[in-house]
Design a protein around this ligand. Sequence first.
Ligand SMILES: Cc1cc2nc3c(=O)[nH]c(=O)nc-3n(C[C@H](O)[C@H](O)[C@H](O)COP(=O)(O)OP(=O)(O)OC[C@H]3O[C@@H](n4cnc5c(N)ncnc54)[C@H](O)[C@@H]3O)c2cc1C
Ligand code: SF4
Length: 328
Amino acid sequence: MRAFTYERAADVAAACASVAGDPDARFISGGTNLLDLMKLGVERPAHIVDISRLDLKDITQTPDGGLKIGAQALNSDVAANRRVRERYPLLAQALLTGASGQIRNKATTGGNLLQRTRCPYFYDTRMSCNKRSPGAGCAALEGLNRNHAILGASQSCIATHPSDMAVALTALGASIEIAGNRTERRTLPVGDLHRLPGQTPDVENNLEHGEMITAVMLPPPPAGRQLYRKVRDRASYAFALVSVAAIVATQDNRIASGRIALGGVAPKPWRTEEAEKTMGGQPLTKETYDSAAGVLLQGAQGYGHNDFKIELARRTLRQTLAASVGQA
Ligand SMILES: Cc1cc2nc3c(=O)[nH]c(=O)nc-3n(C[C@H](O)[C@H](O)[C@H](O)COP(=O)(O)OP(=O)(O)OC[C@H]3O[C@@H](n4cnc5c(N)ncnc54)[C@H](O)[C@@H]3O)c2cc1C
Ligand code: SF4
């Protein structure tokens, strides 16, 4: 591991200034992803700024009836929070499918959203990887790509984003509050946080260097039943092959409104308005669910080992929608 200096941040402004002033500096929260990457030599910060003790842990009600979750709230505390469990069960379910109890006790809200891909070639510095070393090539294109993206990928990178929480937050229409050194606090929809790889897979999100996530803002819960389903190789302690976040409201045996987001299939949580619109006013039938899946999965492409994900995503979406309206 490269030698680095360590600083415990006194407040948000000082932390942002410290990181913004040094291109080789990084924030560290729970450290459950960054430290692993440092040990492997994938991340080589010269300076780390510890933000884990900042006063950003609270989960509070907002005046509009939503919820504000501090960026330092631990994954296990968010999942166990009464308001989250009662009003945003989708979020609690997604968090509880992630990692292990021990990791969730360290992992933070901000760190979970900004964790890096789990593409094995990204973690192996002997392999070519455009995300790690721009211009080096992508070993996954011709390699073992079972876990890789079927949507939103490019010839430069076919990695997926691994966060379960991000998928739930995207379906719930959450936004993030961001603090920066030069900028006023600003907000960004969670769906706009992560970028598609295009020609620059090393640029993964729309934060500037030195900008810090300070909170997640949840709007009042949308109407309907919320459900998170995750398909993975093991029953626990594994990343998603495919996951589905669904929120469906019904009236007179028809879908009044529906929201769907997919995880494990793209470099960011995958949600489209077009797919959701196809469900409005439609009967609770397999045809309705399949037609939404068809629109959501438009343009899906496999890279060999992960071809199965297209059908898996379709079936998981169908099953989750059916379950969310009490049919399974
Ligand atoms: C074995 C294992 C299994 C896992 N399984 C799953 C799973 O199934 N599903 C899942 O979703 N996750 C899973 N995870 C990932 C885990 O949830 C993340 O490692 C964790 O959420 C990261 O949070 P952290 O606070 O430890 O982040 P850190 O490791 O501290 O930071 C991660 C990144 O975020 C940046 N950062 C952290 N906080 C902020 C902030 N507030 N503002 C700006 N930048 C910030 C850091 O600079 C760093 O780049 C797994 C991890 C492991 C090790
Ligand atoms: S898929 Fe992306 S992260 Fe994986 S090797 Fe290719 S460029 Fe690197």
